[in-house]
Design a protein around this ligand. Structure first.
Ligand SMILES: [Zn+2]
Length: 78
């Protein structure tokens, strides 16, 4: 599949500067671009190291999980 990664949108997304229209374009791209998805995933992971570390040890509370799920819904809904 031909891919042209919207690097600018990716950078804007990661610095939280993407407007709604561009978010839709970017999320559509994320859907079929594992490379960009990885970048977003790693960036989010870097922002919430505590969450990922704790989750892997299965010591996170339900309340915390809900909080993070809520924050990350914007990415996952794509
Ligand atoms: Zn891409």
């Amino acid at each position: 599949m031909m891919r042209k990664c919207p690097r600018k949108l990716l950078a804007y997304y990661l610095s939280d500067k993407l407007d709604v229209d561009d978010q839709l374009i970017f999320f559509a791209h994320l859907d079929d671009c594992p490379e960009c998805w990885d970048e977003v995933y790693n960036a989010v992971k870097a922002q919430h190291p505590h969450y990922y570390k704790t989750k892997s040890r299965l010591k996170i509370s339900d309340k915390e999980i809900k909080q993070f799920e809520h924050k990350e819904r914007a990415i996952e809904v794509a």
